[in-house]
Design a protein. Structure first.
Length: 325
């Protein structure tokens, strides 16, 4: 049996974590031969609920679940961890935009960035899910100067999966027949789901679906999907968010498949003319744990305009929290 890996999950008593923890413990992240220790962080008022979640984890008698540690101290939660799922943050309600959460959530990521900096494994992979995810990741990264910027990504995999699903539904194929969609920019209503490079069973997507459908229906549907789920459920997405978090971290740890890429938000290095120093979603491949932004894609005028709109929003979010950087 391999040695256990240490995985931190914040907001561990919340609704995304309730969909995430059991799947981590079942081996869906790193495989059925990889034992894990779970370090679960919550705020003091949620510790009782968290204890209930731990009872249920224990009641599953998972062969791979070696140890569960619960705490309200980030320095305990992140001690030597290899992976950190930063989920804990307030979700938005109906009528709010994700950036409206900056004021209440930003501080969490400054505290947690500092703790990761002090105590986490230097190769830790930190995935920020709590909203607004891109700018929260920027805050965490800036508060962790001893870690490399490449240790941090924010989650746009849910948007990526949503785009795959809608394109598959529209063209009457399976999700696995869709490759090379892209989410550019912010996990917000300015994000740009781009199918100019997408393939459906190997054929160019835009030869098979109508351009007007792409512009007038797909783009707004993906931009608004989170709000549409909130309207229907009365709560924000949870199981689909947990699925995306596992997928993003798994591909980051184990690599992306040949012939495809995925979308992850990471620190811009200026690729595609995007301002350096923003956490921006790009098409990426991963090999041996290292993320590379896919280079050299043709970007038409429409795409460029949409990529700039979402870049501008991220720039404004960064300005709003610059006291935390
Ligand atoms: P939730 O309210 O059910 O759970 C959040 C949990 O975080 C709560 O239990 C809360 O006590 C805990 N928490 C708050 N502050 C904390 C702190 N400082 N340290 C540790 N834990 C803390 O919310 P949820 O539905 O699980 O969503 C969590 C976050 O994920 C929200 O911000 C939501 O908007 C975001 N989200 C992002 C995506 C994405 O695609 N990036 C998708 C879905 C949800
Ligand atoms: C989502 O995209 O479902 C999440 O970011 C939750 C939200 O606020 O929309």
């Amino acid at each position: 049996m391999k040695n256990p890996v240490d995985i931190a999950v914040t907001g561990a008593a919340g609704q995304i974590s309730y969909a995430l923890l059991f799947r981590l413990a079942a081996g869906e992240f790193l495989g059925e031969d990889q034992p894990i220790n779970l370090y679960l962080l919550e705020i003091p008022s949620a510790m009782s609920a968290l204890n209930g979640v731990v009872m249920e984890l224990n009641d599953c008698a998972y062969p791979l679940l070696n140890r569960v540690i619960t705490t309200d101290d980030p320095n305990v939660a992140f001690h030597n961890v290899d992976y950190a799922f930063l989920v804990g943050a307030r979700p938005r309600g109906a009528g709010m935009e994700r950036k409206d959460l900056l004021e209440c959530n930003a501080e969490i990521f400054s505290v947690q960035g500092k703790a990761l900096n002090e105590v986490a494994n230097k190769n830790v992979k930190v995935l920020v899910t709590g909203n607004p995810a891109n700018t929260n990741a920027l805050i965490a990264l800036n508060n962790a100067p001893n870690l490399k910027s490449k240790n941090f990504t924010a989650m746009t995999m849910l948007d990526h999966n949503r785009t795959i699903n809608q394109l598959a539904e529209k063209s009457g194929v399976k999700a696995t027949d869709i490759k090379n969609v892209i989410i550019w920019g912010n996990h917000s209503n300015t994000q740009y789901p781009d199918i100019h490079h997408a393939k459906i069973k190997g054929q160019n997507a835009l030869d098979l679906v109508d351009n007007d459908w792409f512009i007038d229906e797909l783009i707004p549907a993906i931009q608004q999907r989170g709000a549409t789920v909130i309207k229907a459920r009365g709560q924000s997405s949870a199981a689909s968010a947990a699925t995306a978090a596992i997928k993003q971290m798994r591909l980051w740890a184990l690599g992306t498949p040949d012939g495809d890429w995925v979308s992850m938000a990471l620190l811009s290095d200026g690729s595609y003319g995007i301002e350096k120093g923003l956490i921006y979603s790009f098409p990426v491949t991963v090999s041996q744990g290292e993320i590379s932004i896919v280079q050299g894609l043709d970007i038409n005028a429409l795409s460029l305009e949409k990529m700039k709109i979402t870049e501008k929003e991220l720039h404004e979010e960064k300005e709003a929290i610059k006291h935390l950087l």
